[in-house]
Design a protein around this ligand. Sequence first.
Ligand code: BV8
Ligand code: ZN
Length: 245
Amino acid sequence: MIASIETVKALVDGAERIVVLTGAGVSAESGVPTFRGADGLWNGLRAEDLAHPEAFARDPQKVWDFYNWRRDMLRQCRPNPAHEALAAMEAATPSFNLITQNVDGLHQQAGSESVLELHGNIWRVRCPQCTFKTEDHDVLPPLPKCPGCNALLRPDVVWFGEQLEPGTLHSSVEAAANADILLVIGTSGLVQPAASLADLANRHGAVTVEVNLEPTPNTGFMDFALHGKAGEILPRLMLQPLLIG
Ligand code: BV8
Ligand code: ZN
């Protein structure tokens, strides 16, 4: 049900184990296009058409142009108050896990330490033929090649139809199953298996809270929903109570 920020803040303040699941909406106020919003297009194409191993096999240049365009755009983006509030929440909470579907690295840039990247990280590239992997914000060539075996490198992100890294998924499921409260922030709740973490937490007794501009398919079974911008709501969940002298 629609809740007041004060209700949710009291729950957050009283929780020992907080788990947060974020999606593209938490980076929207940093200027990062969301996937399914009006600005989620690239040259008329949707991410789902490009974030596929088949798309990469068929036209590696088009997929690398997409990722190099996103890296160039993300290089100008900075964490927003939502990212910063979540880093502060982690520092103030005995047990805190941040699970993100985002690949932009903005949570880490804001100071979050325990970040579980369900879908990888756009700043990492890896070789499909050997163990080469590197992470930096460098401008890459149009078709980056492996320095070790000269194979075509790929972004170290999870494409549609690819398995999530088993350890990361297991840690995320464990965290959600043991949470006192799960905050689901800025995700349309369409992509699996990430979206099912909310239902899993719910079934294990966690209080579930959705923070989004609008209702999503998950809203129905969340305990609370806060509608508004993550960059405005999250800092208010973190405000320290005024110390009345
Ligand atoms: C897999 C990386 C299986 C790449 C991404 C059931 C079970 C298992 C799989 C499936 C299943 N059903 C379907 C599938 C297949 C598929 C899937 O989920 N398809 C969907 C589209 C139906 N899942 C997969 O393929 C996954 N793999 O399960 O493999 C398997 C098993 C065995 C063997 C082999 C395979 C892999 C999924 C990962 C795909 N990779 N990204 C890249 O980024 O380039 S997903 C992509 O979508 C991004 O990671 C993104 O984060 C994610 C989810 O999108 P959102 O983050 O929610 O973003 P969106 O734009 O949709 O929504 C933004 C929200 O924010 C909105 O609600 C908006 O209102 C809100 N908002 C906007 N501004 C603000 C805001 N809220 C607050 N404040 C604001 N200011
Ligand atoms: Zn290689």
